[in-house]
Design a protein around this ligand. Structure first.
Ligand code: CA
Length: 223
């Protein structure tokens, strides 16, 4: 099981204290000290949980949290230096899973991390015909092997999986995958689908899950 935890904290001493405690509890911590680095890092590394400080150089924790929620349900624990901030944060409905106030004991943080992981791990994976989509962690496996998908590939598979048998035009898939209306060509979708199929095939050479519909687009079917 992946136990990667991202600690976003700009006070180096606190970050290394948390990292030590997390390591001692069997987790694999990584630390970032700038808010601007978080979203790209999370997209690339897909940690199990994020401890996110509120006040950060670069981008503040609130913005970062909101941004992460546009593409992932990964558990987030917000850390703030002021207890009165917590009420305000709760009111903003950022989508964080828990809040911790500084100063805290590292032991308390570990307990909260474990509690949030227990809570969020229940019943969030969807499964059919050997294909498991673990949505909070953006992980997909087929017949027990991890497909090691990128974020875009995961979103594509997740969308197609949720709508089996339905034929989608490339444009419809693009609208789903790139809701920020970035200009992408239809070839981009083709290339993502191609990679996705290759990964599925590597896990199970017999699996034919994504079908091309000539002149139209793609559909997903479980055998
Ligand atoms: Ca801070």
């Amino acid at each position: 099981m992946n136990k990667a935890i991202l600690v976003v904290e700009d006070e180096p001493k606190l970050a290394s204290l948390l990292a030590d405690y997390l390591r001692a509890s069997g987790f694999e911590p990584s630390c970032l000290d700038n808010g601007s680095d978080v979203v790209p890092w999370v997209k690339e590394n897909r940690p199990e949980l994020i401890l996110l400080d509120l006040m950060l150089p670069g981008r503040d924790g609130m913005e970062v949290c909101k941004d992460i929620r546009t593409f992932s349900r990964i558990p987030i624990i917000m850390v703030t230096a002021r207890i009165e901030e917590i009420d305000r944060l709760l009111g903003l409905e950022l989508g964080a899973d828990d809040y911790i106030c500084k100063p805290f004991s590292p032991r308390e943080v570990i307990a909260r991390v474990k509690a949030v992981l227990r809570r969020t791990q229940d019943g969030q994976a969807i499964e059919a015909a050997g294909l498991v989509l673990d949505e909070p962690r953006w992980r997909a496996s087929l017949d027990g092997s991890d497909l090691e998908l990128t974020a875009v590939e995961f979103k594509l598979l997740q969308f197609l999986f949720a709508n089996p048998g339905r034929i989608y035009k490339r444009q419809q898939l693009m609208d789903r995958i790139y809701p920020d209306e970035r200009i992408v060509s239809e070839r981009t979708i083709d290339s993502h689908i191609k990679k996705l199929r290759r990964k599925i095939e590597n896990a199970n050479p017999e699996a034919r899950l994504i079908h091309s519909v000539y002149g139209v687009g793609y559909k997903f079917e479980l055998e």
